[in-house]
Write a protein of this length. Structure first.
Length: 257
């Protein structure tokens, strides 16, 4: 059963379904809900995305990753690591989903990929042909957040931001940590609480500036960015051209100099 309020939809648990039924349900979710929502609001929320039991397995993997000490300070574009903690206070780890101890994360990513695959050709003019690694992020409480920004302000190829939240018993009045989206050209804002097993989609470009408000409890999320094939190819070519121009300006010096 589907119950939708604005751009938020809640999936209810069902009996075990065959692979064909699961596929049909996913296609229906995309065509009847996600695509229209993205067109109308520029964002879309799906609650109870994988169910409590499987969500718990993903959370345990993320907690183990965080406790491994591999997370690093989130960086800003063109900034050195460790600077600007007042701007961005999260700690992050990039994962493919095929690493040891990430089996359930990998299944989650494949479920996200399937939704995007079913939506391909129906989300604006985009031809989605790939995505970034997943960014697992932890805001360690103590008022850390991320000031207002745009994920893709300069055409780097990212067209859809997809975030999965992992925070049980989250109360934004106490814990903060709301993702506030400022949809371009609209007088309203969209406040998204980082609730356990919640999946969020929104356009990655300048249509959706957003911020993570200060968190006063440990806040976990996993973000994936999907690429538009044409814009990504153009961005890579631009990068190659810049590098080539730079090499011409700064020819390598020989050891004899």
């Amino acid at each position: 059963e589907l119950s939708a309020i604005g751009c938020t939809l809640t999936l209810t648990a069902k009996k075990r379904m065959s692979h064909r039924e699961q596929k049909r349900n996913s296609q229906r979710l995309v065509l009847q809900y996600i695509v229209p929502c993205m067109e109308s609001y520029g964002l879309c929320i799906v609650d109870n995305f994988v169910g409590h039991k499987f969500g718990e397995k993903i959370l345990q993997e993320v907690l183990a990753l965080y406790q491994s000490g591999k997370f690093q300070d989130g960086e800003l574009a063109n900034q050195k690591s460790g600077s600007n903690r007042a701007i961005r206070g999260d700690k992050i780890l990039w994962v493919e989903g095929n690493e040891q101890g990430c089996e359930n994360i990998g299944i989650l990513l494949s479920k996200m990929d399937k939704l995007i695959m079913y939506a391909d050709g129906k989300l604006g003019h985009y031809k989605i042909r790939g995505r970034h690694k997943a960014m697992v992020a932890c805001y360690p409480g103590n008022g850390t957040g991320y000031v207002r920004h745009v994920d893709n302000p300069n055409g780097d190829g990212r067209c859809i931001t997809c975030i999965y939240y992992l925070n049980k018993n989250w109360d934004s009045k106490v814990h903060g940590g709301v993702l506030r989206i400022f949809p371009e050209g609209k007088s309203c804002v969209a406040d998204v609480e980082p609730l356990f097993d919640r999946l969020l989609f929104f356009w990655s470009d300048r249509r959706n500036p957003h911020e993570v408000q200060p968190s006063y409890a440990t806040r976990y999320a996993m973000t994936v960015w999907y690429f538009d094939a044409e814009e990504r190819a153009e961005a890579k070519q631009k990068f190659r051209n810049l590098n080539a121009a730079k090499k011409k300006e700064d020819p390598p010096t020989s050891k004899d100099d």
